[in-house]
Design a protein around this ligand. Structure first.
Ligand code: ZN
Length: 63
């Protein structure tokens, strides 16, 4: 027989740990490595269309 352990500690905590906002932010905050196809510069970019910090080109690819 097991004790009903979950009922003793945690009903309130379960709700607050549920973490909606964190999951939403991960997609926008993730930084990937990109390489500029114009000047071959490699940089960390965020978002769908990062811009090369050196030549301001958007002709980049993820590496
Ligand atoms: Zn560039």
């Amino acid at each position: 027989m097991q004790k009903p352990y979950r009922k003793i500690g945690g009903e309130g905590k379960m709700c607050t740990v549920g973490g909606g906002p964190d999951i939403g932010n991960i997609e926008t905050l993730v930084a990937k490595d990109y390489e500029c196809l114009d000047c071959k510069n490699q940089f960390k970019g965020m978002g769908r269309r990062p811009m090369c910090p050196t030549c301001k080109s958007r002709n980049v690819k993820a590496v």
